[in-house]
Design a protein around this ligand. Structure first.
Ligand code: 5GP
Ligand code: ZN
Length: 116
């Protein structure tokens, strides 16, 4: 469930501090250390899953919980009024740098398409 070398597992275990926005049995959401928008929150499962590709049918409910929670957090931070973006970067070409599954919630500025 936990990888001792994983920075996000260390945040889950409170070995590294983070500005926590939400926590329950399965999920943790905290503010990104290098925000790419006025609001930038990461939603992660407490279970150590490397990336979206490593999820399986057993993770369907968890993935649903993550997206539902992202929506609730966006609402609680007032991002739902003007809009926001939810992003998952998978693998090297996807731009992933931390290999513990996470979804970014970005809000508070106009997003561009296509993304860089
Ligand atoms: P990725 O590039 O893998 O999609 O996103 C990883 C994100 O984790 C980046 O936006 C990066 O700023 C953030 N991050 C990396 N290390 C830490 C940390 O120690 N604390 C927090 N709060 N965010 C981190
Ligand atoms: Zn981890």
């Amino acid at each position: 469930m936990t990888d001792p070398n994983c920075i996000f597992c260390k945040i889950i275990n409170k070995e590294i501090p983070a500005r926590i926005e939400f926590e329950d049995e399965n999920l943790l959401a905290f503010h990104d250390i290098a925000p790419q928008a006025p609001t930038h929150v990461l939603v992660i499962p407490k279970k150590h899953i490397v990336d979206l590709d490593k999820t399986g049918p057993e993770d369907k409910a968890l993935l649903g919980e993550i997206l539902h929670r992202a929506s609730e957090i966006a609402k609680s931070l007032g991002l739902n009024k003007d809009g926001f973006r939810v992003v998952n970067n998978m693998g090297v070409l996807g731009g992933q740098t931390v290999f513990h599954l996470h979804f970014h919630i970005l809000g508070g500025r106009q997003m561009k398409w296509p993304p860089g």
